[in-house]
Write a protein that binds this ligand. Structure first.
Ligand code: HEC
Length: 89
C-alpha cells in the first residue's frame, strides 16, 4: 500500500524507489532522512503543507493534494523499509 501511494504521489519528483531525481528532488533513502534526523512526522508534514527548500537546491516541495494521514502512515513504513534496504536506520 505504501509503495502504491509513493508511486502515485511522490515518485514523479522523488523518483523510482524514492531514489531521487537529478534536478528535481532528493532521494528519501538519503542518510539525512534516517529516523533519528527526520522523524515520521516529517513525512506527514511533507505532503501537507509541503516543505520549504532547506537541505537541497531543488526549490520548495509543494503540498501534495489528496494524501491523507492514513496514506502518510503507509508511506512512512514503505520509505523506512527502502531506507533499511539501503543501510539507513
Ligand atoms: C513536486 C515535487 C515533489 C513531490 C511530488 C514530492 N516531493 Fe518531497 N520534496 C521535494 C523537494 C524538492 C524536497 C527537498 C526540500 C529541501 O530542500 O529540503 C522534498 C523533501 C521531502 C522530505 C524532507 C522533509 C524535511 O523535513 O526535510 C520528505 C519527507 C518528502 N519530501 C516526502 C515526500 C512524500 C512522502 C511525497 C509524496 C506524498 C513527496 N515528498 C512528494 C519535492 C517533491
Amino acid at each position: 500500500m505504501g509503495k502504491r501511494a509513493v508511486d502515485a504521489a511522490c515518485a514523479s519528483c522523488h523518483g523510482e524507489n524514492a531514489a531521487g531525481q537529478q534536478g528535481t528532488a532528493p532521494p528519501l533513502t538519503h542518510k539525512i532522512y534516517e529516523p533519528r534526523l527526520h522523524a515520521d512526522m516529517a513525512f506527514v508534514l511533507a505532503a501537507q503543507p509541503g516543505v520549504g527548500a532547506h537541505h537541497w537546491p531543488f526549490g520548495d516541495m509543494p503540498p501534495v493534494e489528496g494524501v491523507t494521514n492514513a496514506d502518510s502512515a503507509t508511506i512512512v513504513s514503505y520509505v523506512r523499509e527502502l531506507q533499511r534496504e539501503n543501510g539507513i536506520n
